[in-house]
Design a protein around this ligand. Structure first.
Ligand SMILES: [Zn+2]
Length: 198
């Protein structure tokens, strides 16, 4: 169902793309195209939220705060926090972002208390680089990283994260290193839809 939501909202693009991870791919998920519709965003996360909630009920998972790395994680984190709040009571969604030097930071007066359990949320996970950067910012402030959630999991098997991982949909697509890209060899122009600088 999530794949249908991605498709019908034009979030699933095909071509030759430079991903924010630096890899090249024939497929790009512009999740903002889906998340612009609150009703679709709500539907897309329903199932993953119910899996998260059931792990919270059985004590496998503890969540105090939801954190999304900007830009992609902001709306996704907010929507997951909104749905989880119905079960857990008020659960805040905050975000980390890159400063002028491209370093991931926590700003805007957002705070993490020592020992708080954090669920990191991204729109798309490819290499998990943003989540790792986000996690180290939070861990430096005493957070416990409880898990990782995303709308689209397009990571390869060899890079599974260290934390419990909940994805709304897992899709196998081709990713290439820039030095060894099938589409570069074919001379297809490269598009840059990502936002790593933000
Ligand atoms: Zn390429």
């Amino acid at each position: 169902m999530v794949i249908e939501l991605l498709r019908e909202s034009g979030a699933l693009l095909e071509g030759h793309f430079l991903l924010s991870s630096g890899k090249h791919s024939n497929c790009y998920f512009q999740c903002a195209k889906l998340l612009q519709y609150p009703d679709k965003a709500s539907l897309a996360f329903q199932d993953v939220v119910s899996r998260i909630h059931s792990d919270i009920k059985t004590g496998k998972l503890k969540v105090d705060v939801i954190v999304g790395p900007a830009m992609g994680g902001i709306i996704a984190a907010w929507e997951i926090a909104r749905q989880l709040s119905a079960f857990l009571g008020p659960t805040p969604a905050i975000f980390t972002e890159r400063d002028e030097n491209g370093i991931m930071v926590l700003r805007r007066g957002f705070e993490i208390q020592n020992g708080q359990n954090v669920l990191i949320v991204e729109d798309v996970v490819t290499t998990g680089k943003s989540s790792l950067e986000c996690a180290s910012v939070l861990e430096a402030k005493g957070a416990n990283i409880a898990g990782l959630t995303c709308l689209v999991n397009r990571r390869s098997e060899e890079s599974e994260p260290n934390w419990p991982f909940y994805s709304a949909v897992k899709l196998s697509v081709n990713n290439w290193d820039s030095s060894d890209c099938e589409l570069c060899r074919q001379g297809i122009p490269l598009e840059r839809p990502g936002s790593r600088k933000i």
